[in-house]
Design a protein around this ligand. Structure first.
Ligand code: ZN
Length: 358
């Protein structure tokens, strides 16, 4: 039996390859990445048909990374458990270099035929139907983008179709949420004036604006400004897990009202009621959030946003090859085929059809 195809809202493969040497590490995808979440063989086994591939800029080395912390995205997620301050803003020139290396790495994966960079929903669907991995280029934090948007225009030309104004770190465009548990996403000012212009420019270019990592004021700023459905690519329900990275009921309702989507994150710190980032977490914890979001928002607004290669996921899942365990768990909860298809691919495709130009 072949695995159910999954289109996923977030992975950090490019950041991992960047930290492993950049473009020259791209070959690891095909060769296999022991201990990593996502590579060619695991994708085939797990039914990973495509997803958002995030370009993520590491914390600045100039400002100094908080003591004892690496640039590993998973470590970064754990940092706030010790109540460290948010990392410093990364200078644009430094961020641009890291972003370009990751873009070139994605391009190298495209050129060698490991995946296909897609810029429309139709291309994503056609690529998946042809049995190839469909990649949507996403930038998680806009540090690399200058306020005149010359870089944005260039990234767009190279295939960028999704952008988060901030990661959990301030940028000239806005403020992120800390990795704090228990915590509220309501922690200060939202978008800056430049951030408001950035959202307008993304709307004009049909680049999707991602709300994951924005604080609550920033979320409402985007909600007020954006003419596209609201989307959080990898966030969970605050009502079940009161982590600052998760979305309150009011936020979930706003996403649903605009015809948007929330991608359920497999990071155990955003799933568990105790907020711990430990692999000893049942896969049913993911199902609890899916259940809650479907009940709150409706069947058309819930999808997946794994955070593979950026977080600790349940041991039962382990990596991308373990995705069939999730669809099995959905069946065990009585989800019908139509709902499973919506969550695994359909809802992402319909919101991207509305948001990207054709
Ligand atoms: Zn993230």
């Amino acid at each position: 039996m072949t695995a159910t195809p999954i289109f996923d809202g977030h992975n950090d493969l490019l950041a991992r390859l960047y930290l492993a040497g950049g473009v020259k590490a791209a070959g690891q995808f095909r060769a296999g990445r022991p201990g990593g979440h996502l590579d060619a063989a695991k994708a085939k086994t797990g039914g990973f048909a495509g997803g958002f591939f995030a370009i993520w800029v590491p914390n600045s080395q100039r400002g100094g990374t908080p003591a004892g912390k690496s640039n590993d995205p998973a470590d970064a997620m754990e940092a706030p458990r010790y109540d460290l301050p948010l990392p410093a803003e990364v200078p644009q020139s430094e961020a641009l270099h890291a972003a370009l290396v990751q873009l070139n790495t994605l391009q190298a994966l495209h050129d060698e035929g490991s995946l296909t960079i897609c810029t429309t929903a139709q291309a994503l669907e056609d690529t998946m139907a042809a049995g190839k991995i469909a990649a949507l280029m996403h930038i998680e934090g806009a540090e690399a983008i200058d306020p005149d948007f010359a870089v944005l225009d260039d990234l767009y030309a190279k295939g960028l179709r999704s952008l988060g104004p901030v990661w959990s770190r301030p940028t000239r465009y806005g403020h992120g949420v800390p990795f704090r548990f228990p915590g509220s996403p309501d922690i200060g000012p939202g978008l800056t004036e430049d951030g408001k212009r950035l959202v307008a420019r993304c709307n004009a270019l049909n680049i999707m604006v991602d709300l994951s990592h924005l604080n609550e004021a920033g979320f409402w700023d985007v909600a007020k400004l954006s003419d596209a459905p609201l989307v959080a690519t990898h966030s969970n329900a605050h009502a079940l897990c009161p982590h600052a990275r998760n979305l309150t009921d009011k936020q979930l309702d706003a996403v649903a009202e605009t015809g948007g989507v929330v991608g359920v994150n497999f990071a155990t710190a955003f799933l568990r009621t105790d907020g711990r980032m430990v692999s000893d977490t049942p896969i049913t914890a993911i199902l609890d959030h899916i259940d809650y979001l479907v009940a709150r928002m409706g069947e058309d607004h819930v999808a997946l946003g794994s955070d593979f290669d950026g977080a600790v996921v349940p041991a039962e899942m382990q990596d991308v090859a373990g995705l069939p365990a999730l669809t099995k768990a959905m069946q065990a909860r009585g989800y019908g085929d139509a709902l499973i298809t919506k969550i695994c691919t359909g809802n992402w495709m319909s919101v991207l059809r509305k948001t990207l130009s054709s």
